[in-house]
Design a binder for this molecule. Structure first.
Ligand code: SF4
Length: 916
């Protein structure tokens, strides 16, 4: 009999090792793992830790992993796993299910889709844009049928709201992303509206290493967050007042003459002349009959005259003035007074002297001055999170932060800038749906054709850039991104119209009813993509997402307003989520390690990371690609039985139903998961974003490969810097080094927005505004945050992870607030407002401010008493100003400018449960 040592050794033996990762929205993810298999089951996984150094002197990215990833395999056999297709028995949400075959499920689904198509058109089928708890498979491959039919696909950005509207308004792109190792080059790291200790676990080490390298680290947050602990300064800002703090820092920088004027002149619109009579930019159409409305002017201080601003950042001999008042002669002969936008900015900042701003933001005036001086003198990077984008006036906060960087010359060089998120580089999946045939010769021809088109446009207008050309293509819908802005779907079908018109919960500075802005935006043709969202919905798909947990406004809004309109609700997931529980049919999905797949590819990490099929999916679980092909086949069969051969797709083209399977699978050539994944990898190699010899087979040897080029996706091109094999990546170097224009109306980083609604709102320049009392006039504000313990709600029921925390949802409350209300640490408390009530365990701590409630998100509603989670307290407001359009870059395109839902600073009150 083996002794204990042999038994221990036996425990650490395996039959095979595969490459794995977690293709989920743990952004930036892409941590390569080794997955160990014995007897057909995954026994454990570990971070591969095999990244090689990129830039000499900069630490490598190893080991890249987190506690969720290290215990991921436990979810493969978890109790919530769905193993077979299920059909609801009894009422929706009753929790009673009948196991059915894939054939039965697909036939029912195909019939419901064909009924919807014949009665109301393909637009009556809705695919929810979801963050995709399944990477390339669920985001791209699951869309094969839906994209062909032109169903209503809601925009993932408005579903999840990881958008930074202030960055977008300023730069015409919201997605600058330095590679995480670039943080090492910073001299001042401002962790602002962010908590990377929780939200960037694999890469937080760069903050510590930058500090070891001499950087100072400042955490600006209302609460003494886990990221504040290891910093040099903690700046406790009052909730929602970050714009006041940033603007006051800008005021100090101007007052103390610390402005990098050359940078401001070259990179921004602050020298552009504004008419004092209208508050609008002086345009060519003001000065010449038939002139352009996109040509602007500044006063050239060298020549002493008004000069046309170049459409690039190349100033040559020009010296745009930042001060003074001038006169311009209009086309009709009249004279108007004009002044640089910078003059207006100085007047705006008159309200933000440190002593005045301190009263708004709660930060001592000396601290404001100290921070401003540091930012002006150092290579400064703002590690921005997505809290700002989820705040009502978060766009103003972000515009003020960008202004701080502009005044101090802090972008377009290593260690400087501001961050959001971007995906891209892995272009193969996006090409797949547009290819007429498989194989790389076809790809080469398509790439050459697109290249020729871009070259022709660049030749016509040499001031354009490839990024601007590609952005224009996505504005006009040429790129294969099928989406409609979700806000209009919610407005028409989900009961939000009444809420958004509630004056008490809305922006106090809004001058007209919300509906006025909706009507005007649609009448003026600013939202053509919204028309599709008006079609009454019949069939809804949620694939790899959890709509009823995520929806701002709570599951109640959708269950009450949307659900009764739907004849069939289909959820495809590896587990029984809250959304699955309220569906009619639940389909079993393969998990990670059970299918070949890729996480979202991002400049944070710069790698294409394979997550391979280490084991077979259990039960009848299938990959999303197999689901797509089975659905295509069934629709074709059922359509033929109805005599239905061809239909008009939602996008107006015609689509054959009888050959749907053959068309999507390329006559079966790509029917296998390995085949379609290999095709996407080879196509990406042809497109130059990964080494030319990369295939699925080579990835199976190495696990990951570093990107070699940006490719053609808009978010990748928005990085606007050369992708170097031996240097960290910092965005916007094409602006500072090559003087390429920004993709904005003014072709500059735009701080003055003279859109008529921005002028109406008084937001033509950044300003501080108080958040409206969303949810009612209550004394507490919820600030929420990215959790440490789960990726969205995926790991929220993991016993291993729950054992590291309190085992159930908690809300953090200030100790004095708790004492005043008789709330006891570890006991349940009632959190309530005009929208709803939630019972949650109190975590009493002096680390949060009085009047603040921190509720980290991610728990499933069914983990709460009464199955009501935090979203039940959120009204789900959107900012009316984000309905503005028809203005340069302020136009809808998928994943970009659009109204997004707010969930920060919702007003609530609290009470002990015993006192209710
Ligand atoms: Fe990395 Fe995400 Fe996996 Fe954690 S869950 S190890 S962050 S890929």
């Amino acid at each position: 009999m083996a002794d204990w040592a042999d038994r221990y050794r036996q425990k650490w033996t395996w039959d095979k090792i595969a490459w794995g990762s977690h293709c989920v929205d743990c952004y930036p993810s892409n941590c390569p793992h080794r997955v160990y298999v014995r007897n057909g089951r995954v026994m454990r996984e570990e971070a591969a830790g095999d990244f090689t150094p990129i830039e000499p002197g900069v630490p490598d990215m190893n080991p890249a992993g987190c506690q969720k990833g290290a215990s991921w395999s436990q979810m493969l056999t978890g109790a919530e796993r769905v193993l077979h297709p299920l059909r609801r028995v009894g009422e929706r949400g009753a929790g009673r299910w009948q196991q059915i075959s894939w054939d039965e499920a697909l036939t029912e689904i195909a019939d419901a889709m064909l009924d919807a198509i014949q009665e109301a058109g393909p637009q009556s089928i809705v695919r929810i844009g979801t963050p995709g708890e399944g990477g390339t498979q669920s985001m791209i491959l699951a869309g094969g049928v839906f994209n062909r039919l032109g169903v209503t696909s809601t925009d993932v950005q408005s579903e999840i709201n990881d958008f930074n509207p202030g960055l977008y308004a300023t730069f015409g792109r919201f997605d600058p992303v330095a590679s995480n190792d670039d943080w090492f080059h910073s001299e001042l790291l401002l962790i602002w509206a962010n908590n990377p200790v929780y939200s960037a676990i694999p890469f937080y080490h760069y903050v510590a290493e930058a500090r070891y390298n001499g950087a100072e680290v400042v955490t600006i947050a209302p609460d003494y967050s886990p990221s504040a602990i290891h910093g040099d300064y903690f700046v406790p800002v009052r909730i929602g007042s970050d714009a006041a703090l940033a603007l006051s820092m800008c005021r100090v920088i101007i007052d103390e003459q610390l402005v990098n004027e050359a940078f401001v002149r070259e990179q921004t619109d602050l020298s552009f002349l504004v008419r004092t009579d209208t508050g609008k930019f002086l345009r060519q159409c003001d000065l010449q009959e038939g002139g352009s409305d996109a040509v602007f002017y500044f006063f050239d201080a060298r020549r002493g005259c008004i000069a046309e601003a170049p459409r690039t950042l190349q100033l040559g001999e020009l010296v745009p003035a930042l001060a003074g008042r001038y006169h311009a002669t209009l086309a009709g002969g009249a004279s108007v007074e004009v002044e640089p936008a910078f003059v207006r900015l100085r007047r705006r900042l008159a309200d933000y002297a440190p002593e005045d701003a301190s009263a708004l933001c709660g930060v001592h005036p000396d601290t404001i001055r100290t921070l401003a001086r540091k930012a002006a003198r150092r290579r400064t990077q703002i590690l921005l999170g997505w809290t700002t984008g989820k705040s009502y006036h978060g766009d103003l906060m972000e515009r003020a932060m960008c202004l701080l960087l502009a005044l101090t010359g802090n972008w377009g060089k290593q260690g400087a800038g501001i961050r959001s998120w971007a995906v891209g580089m892995f272009d193969g999946p996006f090409l797949l749906g547009t290819k007429p045939a498989p194989g790389q010769e076809v790809t080469r021809q398509m790439v050459a054709g697109q290249r020729a088109m871009i070259e022709a446009m660049l030749a016509q207008d040499p001031t354009l850039t490839e990024e601007i050309v590609i952005a224009e293509m996505s504005y006009s819908g040429v790129l294969p991104l099928h989406a409609v802005p979700s806000a209009f779907f919610w407005y028409h079908h989900c009961g939000y119209r009444a809420r958004w018109n509630d004056g008490g919960w809305n922006d106090a500075s809004m001058k007209r009813p919300f509906d006025d802005y909706v009507r005007e935006g649609i009448d003026k043709g600013w939202w053509p993509d919204s028309a599709q969202a008006q079609t009454p919905p019949r069939v809804l798909f949620e694939i790899g997402g959890n709509l009823l947990r995520r929806q701002r406004g709570g599951q109640g809004m959708l269950l009450e307003h949307l659900w009764p309109k739907l004849r069939l609700i289909v959820s495809m997931d590896w587990r029984m989520s809250t959304t699955g529980r309220h569906s009619d049919i639940v389909l079993p999905a393969a998990q990670h390690y059970e299918k070949p797949n890729f996480p979202y590819t991002t400049p944070d990490v710069m790698n294409l990371t394979l997550s391979d099929r280490a084991v077979d999916p259990p039960g009848e679980a299938r990959s999303e690609w197999q689901f797509t092909l089975m659905l295509a086949k069934t629709i074709a069969e059922r359509a033929k039985a109805r005599g239905l051969v061809e239909i008009t797709a939602g996008n107006g083209g015609s689509v054959r139903l009888d050959t749907l399977y053959e068309d999507i699978s390329f006559n079966g050539a790509l029917a296998d998961d390995d085949a379609v994944i290999d095709e996407m990898v080879r196509d990406s190699a042809v497109m130059g974003t990964i080494p030319a010899d990369t295939t699925l087979a080579t990835l199976r040897e190495k696990g990951w490969v570093r990107f070699t080029g940006w490719g053609r996706s808009p978010m990748a091109l928005a990085q606007a810097s050369d992708l170097r094999p031996d240097a960290t990546h910092s965005p916007f170097r094409w602006q500072t080094e090559k003087k390429e224009p920004f993709p904005t109306l003014t072709r500059r980083a735009q701080f003055y927005i003279d859109h008529e609604w921005f002028l109406e709102a008084g937001e033509e320049l950044p300003v501080h505004k108080e958040a409206p009392a969303q949810g009612g006039n209550y004394p507490f504000q919820i600030t929420s945050g990215h959790p440490r313990w789960s990726v969205n709600s995926m790991n929220s029921t993991s016993r291993t992870i729950l054992n590291t925390v309190r085992g159930e949802p908690v809300a953090h409350i200030n100790d004095r607030d708790a004492a005043a209300r008789g709330i006891v640490n570890g006991e349940p408390m009632r959190v309530f407002n005009d929208v709803g009530t939630v019972i949650v365990q109190a975590r009493v701590t002096p680390a949060v401010q009085p009047g603040q409630l921190v509720m980290y998100n991610g728990f499933e509603p069914y983990q709460f008493e009464g199955w009501q989670d935090f979203s039940n307290l959120e009204p789900g407001m959107v900012k009316w100003l984000h309905l503005a359009g028809g203005y340069g870059h302020l136009r809808y395109r998928a994943l970009h400018w659009q109204p997004v839902p707010i969930d920060r600073a919702v007003r609530v009150d609290v009470a002990p449960v015993s006192g209710t």
